[in-house]
Design a protein around this ligand. Structure first.
Ligand code: PEP
Ligand code: MG
Length: 760
């Protein structure tokens, strides 16, 4: 019987140890050791499911014959196979009497009577089976079973990660094997072949990649300098604060200085640099090694010291990073990061950036949206990617299928080069559409606008034939700065946008921060950021920011008068009234200052389910509506658009989303207001056709997809689209809707346009 705390501690310790293992084999061997100990049993073994051969392989055991490691069991055989296929624990006092018992001679398991096996499941996939056995007839208790189930649930992710790392190591060691890839969400279509450059946020130990030292002696010197600088800094801070510190706090400073004087830590780092690892990577390895070691200590005082060591490591790292040279980006850079931020990819010279890979986030994260706008093939949410080991590795980014191939063989490279060529040819084919109208074969006009964020987007979009800007995400320039931009700075940025498109309209959305869009200089820390202080809620609470932004927009429109203002995240009419009041106030101020400007059209984004049910009340208060289908999908389906774990539940073709979209356009038209869609689904040819059929007046999308969508619009008729719409509105699930649409496109000879990688 376990005391609750004791069980938790044991669990935590095992998971941590396994997590810290150098490789997959070590992880498994630690696992069986510790579980055997924790359950005081004679045998613990782990069987891993081999996806290729469909066999369970005995990968590690304590208690069975070691020679049996490597033995394979077909997935249909024995108790192990049964645990796997039932995806449930099996607990037997006398295993041999079970009809599915299958004795494997090599293991010597005939001595063991009792058996408890639990499946290890990661993302619905059975990764393996964990088994404990005992020679005496013993029924493992309910607590034992609960312990093993809990452990296996936690270990699944650790194992998946270790397995992926192992696969990567194996592939690096002997290239030429089958293609190795990691899956994520295809976030921006296209193919990129290039060299991975792993970027880490500053002073974040965990994300420092492994990298070969360019110059060992220089790296050693840089490390010594960083240690010296950190030591001096700590001593100075310690001195300055000594009066205010309690003795135990002062002692902490002494401990730090002592640790830095102590040769052990420094020598370990230097020896790793001598082995060829660059200074930052060597520091990460040593510090995290110590941290893990300390975190496993039972004594709580000593365990706390892990925090001190990490803190020290971060300080030294910051010093190293402040002196280290900037990134050296190869001409075919594929940027890889734990979490890609817009600022990160702005750091890579535009002509060198080929692709983007992010461990976190998903296809509807804002980083992905910006990547799409720039046409950079991107895969997000590659959760099992051992990012730190990728630096300098040749990779293929398949933004269509959401795959990252590492060290591809020549065969795969050839296929992808061919695909990239075809893709280029397809894009060149679109060029001729630039000046042609966006019009169906039966004469229905559907204006295609563009979504912008970066200033460079606007010129590019104009060149691609956009008829206006349907959504300018003004928060993007805010995110590139380290303070709020001044009114003048904003005015200059906005002016460029307005001037590029004049006389066509530019719809500027007021600042939409919060959720996954953070400003480094205006942190918002919330448990539930997507349900929190976001968009209009923030700016109404800060009228000074709102007024300054609207004034800048109005002044920028001087003489052009093509400004439209749009409000994000509106969930009630009061917000519209308050915002309209502020806009009018800003207008009055600016015209009083002598500007001769027309009052801009004001619109609202429909992004929250509450707005869907109040479309008429909202529409009557404004000039236009635009559906933010990214957020609307997130809120209707209760799926965080940024969370890769639930990425496959996020689907804009979910019938409920389609029913809402249909209702919005009908209600808006009933009160005579135009309504557009500016979420990502507008830029997908399949959903664009559906939205057109529903009656949307305009679609606004990223510049990269604009001609792609136009090419489809020009090849279908409105009548055909309406028939397709009527068809899918009778269906009650998204996969069926998707395949119905695909089939219709295939039949119309447009299948290739929907999925260019289909032939791979
Ligand atoms: C949306 O939510 O659909 C939208 C266009 O806004 P954003 O993606 O910037 O949240
Ligand atoms: Mg939104």
């Amino acid at each position: 019987m376990y005391a609750t705390g004791q069980m938790l501690n044991t669990l935590k310790r095992i998971v941590q140890e396994v997590n810290a293992a150098a490789d997959f084999e070590e992880a498994l061997s630690l696992l069986v050791d510790r579980v055997r100990e924790a359950l005081s049993t004679e045998v613990c073994s782990v069987f891993v499911f081999d996806r290729e051969t469909h066999q369970y392989v005995l990968m590690a055991t304590r208690g069975l014959n070691q020679a049996a490691v490597g033995v394979e069991i077909p997935y249909t055989q024995g108790l192990v196979g049964l645990v796997g296929s039932r995806e449930e624990p099996i607990n037997l006092e006398d295993a041999a009497s079970h009809p599915r018992f299958h004795y494997i001679a090599a293991t010597g398991e005939e001595r063991f009577k009792s058996f408890l096996g639990v499946p290890i499941v990661h993302h619905r996939r059975v990764m393996g089976v964990l088994v404990v056995q005992q020679s005496t007839q013993r029924r493992f208790s309910e607590e034992d079973e609960a312990f093993l189930v809990t452990l296996s649930a936690q270990l699944a992710a650790v194992m998946a990660h270790a397995e992926a790392t192992g696969r990567l190591n194996a592939a690096v060691a002997h290239t030429g094997g089958g293609p190795l890839y990691f899956s994520g969400a295809g976030a921006a279509p296209g193919v990129a072949i290039g060299t991975a450059v792993v970027m880490s946020p500053k002073a974040h130990l965990e994300s420092v990649p492994d990298r070969v030292a360019d110059n060992i002696e220089e790296d050693i010197q840089a490390f010594k300098d960083a240690i010296h600088a950190t030591r001096t800094e700590i001593q100075q801070v310690g001195k300055r604060m000594s009066k205010d510190l309690r003795p135990e706090e002062r002692a902490l400073f002494d401990v730090y200085v002592q640790m830095l004087n102590d040769d052990t830590l420094g020598n370990e780092v230097i020896s790793k640099i001598r082995d060829g690892q660059w200074a930052q990577g060597a520091l990460r390895q040593v510090i995290l090694g110590y941290v893990q070691h300390f975190e496993m200590i039972e004594d709580s005082y000593l365990r706390e010291r892990a925090t001190d060591i990490r803190d020290l490591g971060v300080r030294v790292l910051a010093k190293l990073q402040s002196t280290s040279v900037e990134y050296n980006f190869p001409d075919d850079t594929v940027l890889v990061a734990e979490e890609i931020s817009p600022a990160m990819f702005a750091e890579v010279p535009e002509e060198k950036l080929r692709g983007l890979i992010s461990v976190r986030g998903s296809a509807n994260s804002h980083a992905a949206i910006l990547a799409r706008a720039r046409g950079i093939p991107t895969v997000m949410g590659v959760v099992d990617l051992p990012c730190m080991q990728l630096d300098g590795v040749q990779v293929i980014v398949d933004g269509y299928q959401g795959r990252l191939y590492t060290d591809p063989g020549s065969e795969l490279l050839m296929q992808y080069r061919r695909l990239a060529k075809e893709e280029q040819a397809m894009l060149r084919g679109f060029e001729s559409l630039k000046k042609l109208p966006s019009e169906t074969t039966d004469g229905h006009r559907l204006p295609l606008f563009v979504n912008t964020g970066l200033t460079t987007d606007s010129v590019r979009s104009r060149e691609r034939g956009a008829e206006g800007v349907g959504l300018y995400r003004t928060e993007v320039p805010f995110m590139m700065m380290d303070r709020f931009p001044s009114e003048e700075e904003q005015r200059d940025i906005y002016r460029q946008h307005l001037a590029t498109f004049a006389p066509d309209p530019v719809t500027m959305r007021t600042l939409d921060v919060g959720g996954d869009k953070a400003l480094s200089y205006f942190p918002i820390n919330e448990d539930n950021p997507f349900l929190g202080w976001r968009g209009i809620r923030v700016t109404l609470d800060h009228p000074e920011l709102f007024l300054q932004q609207v004034r800048a927009m109005l002044k920028a429109s001087n003489g052009l008068n093509n400004l439209h203002v749009m409000l994000p995240m509106v969930s009630n009419v009061t917000e519209i009234e308050e915002a309209s009041h502020l806009i009018f106030r800003a207008y009055k101020e600016v015209t009083d200052e002598g500007y001769d400007i027309q009052m801009p059209k004001v619109g609202v984004m429909v992004e929250v389910p509450a707005a869907v049910y109040q479309i008429k009340a909202i529409a009557e208060r404004v000039d236009f509506l635009s559906v933010g289908s990214n957020d609307l999908t997130q809120y209707l389906l209760a799926v965080d658009r940024n969370n890769p774990r639930v990425a496959d539940v996020y689907d804009s073709l979910h019938p409920s989303v389609l029913i809402a979209l249909d209702a919005i356009v009908r209600s808006a038209h009933e009160v005579g207001r135009p309504v557009s869609v500016c979420g990502e689904m507008a830029g997908n040819p399949a959903s664009a056709v559906i939205l057109m059929a529903m009656g949307y007046d305009m679609l606004s999308m990223n510049a990269t997809h604009l001609l792609w969508v136009k090419s489809v619009i020009r090849q279908v008729s409105l009548a055909w689209s309406k028939e397709l719409l009527a068809n899918i509105m009778t269906l009650d699930n998204a996969p069926l809707i998707r395949s119905t649409v695909e089939l219709a496109f295939e039949k119309a000879g447009l299948g290739r346009l929907l999925n260019p990688t289909k032939r791979l």
